[in-house]
Design a protein around this ligand. Structure first.
Ligand code: FAD
Length: 298
């Protein structure tokens, strides 16, 4: 039909945004500009990633703590258990609780350098154990990772779903998926999770892609497939950054539209610390800025 892209949207959308902790002053300025652009869209939460092994421990904490202090948007701190003892992880979690942070995205993480995963001898063996450990520390709201195209370490989709179930049984309240480009892959996964008795929300992780070669590197590591049409649609746009952005927004908006048609109402955006694409897609999803957020009282 010739109807506009999002003509049937009913304004019942919830979004969340993911950032990474900035390394330099320039990147820091970029992050806060992005944050302040997206903040008026009233996200349900924003999350900040964590370098596996604790490489960004201080930077993640500083970013999350600043959001907790200055914004009404609830921040979520990612935390990985790879290459760390339980004691170290527990100390990080307690510091978050003390800073007023109530939401943790609990992850296993990967061994740097692409080596096979091995648990730390005194550590949490996997994300499910980490969730249980965090719950023993404080009543955190806990999100976990899910994989519509199956985690590369998993023997089969069912084993991966069993693992997701263990994370919910340990106390997680929602899952956020790895990025994907096939709406059917997500919807099938959601239905399989429901059939396995998982009734908690599973948020699709939306990565607005404007650079296929960069995305391919990330996709190879996490088992996401890049469809052939996506490669060919960006072919010839290397020297046309503005056109690339427009194509990127169109592709991601179409993905969201098809997810919406499949009943999805909550969307998690991998912003890569850039506002424009996520903002444009949220706008097409029907979101409009609310009144400027007031500074939190000290
Ligand atoms: P787990 O849930 O522990 O599972 C990993 C795999 O091992 C699964 O295939 C599972 O089936 C298998 N497995 C687990 N336990 C067992 C068991 N007892 N027996 C058999 N198999 C088992 N990485 C970072 O470093 N920092 C981040 O901030 C970060 N944020 C992320 C955010 C999201 C939304 C997602 C989707 C991923 C993120 N990652 C991050 C990547 C993540 O750390 C990797 O994908 C990692 O390889 C797996 O983490 P997990 O928490 O899913 O692990």
């Amino acid at each position: 039909a010739a109807s506009p892209l999002f003509a049937d949207l009913a304004g019942d959308i919830g979004v969340s945004f993911e950032f990474f902790p900035p390394k330099t002053e320039k990147m820091e300025a970029q992050l806060w500009e992005t944050f302040h652009t997206l903040e008026p869209l009233a996200p349900r939460f924003v999350s900040v990633t964590y370098g596996a092994g604790g490489s960004t421990r201080e930077r993640t904490h500083a970013t999350v703590a600043r959001i907790a202090k200055e914004s009404p948007v609830p921040p979520a701190a990612h935390l990985t258990c790879v290459e760390a003892s339980r004691e170290e992880i527990d100390a990080v979690a307690r510091a978050y609780w003390d800073a007023g942070v109530r939401h943790i995205v609990a992850l296993r993480g990967d061994v740097p350098g692409g080596e096979p995963y091995r648990a730390h001898p005194d550590g949490y063996a996997n994300a499910a154990e980490l969730v249980a450990g965090l719950k023993a520390i404080a009543p955190f709201d806990i999100s976990v990772a899910a994989y519509p195209e199956t985690h590369p370490d998993s023997d089969c989709p069912q084993a991966d779903l069993d693992n997701l179930k263990r994370k919910f049984d340990a106390g997680a309240t929602r899952a956020i998926t790895q990025f994907f480009f096939s709406p059917d892959a997500f919807l099938r996964f959601r239905d399989a999770a429901a059939a396995a008795g998982i009734d908690a929300p599973i948020l699709p992780g939306i990565l607005p892609v404007s650079n296929v070669s960069q995305t391919r590197r990330m996709a190879d590591m996490c088992g996401t497939s890049i469809p052939a049409w996506m490669v060919s649609i960006f072919d010839g746009l290397d020297d046309h950054p503005a056109a690339r952005q427009l194509v990127a927004a169109t592709i991601a908006a179409e993905l969201c539209r098809r997810l919406y048609a499949g009943g999805v109402r909550d969307f998690h955006f991998y912003t890569l610390n850039r506002a424009e694409l996520s903002y444009a897609i949220c706008h097409m999803l029907g979101l409009r800025p609310t009144a400027p957020a007031k500074e939190k009282a000290a």
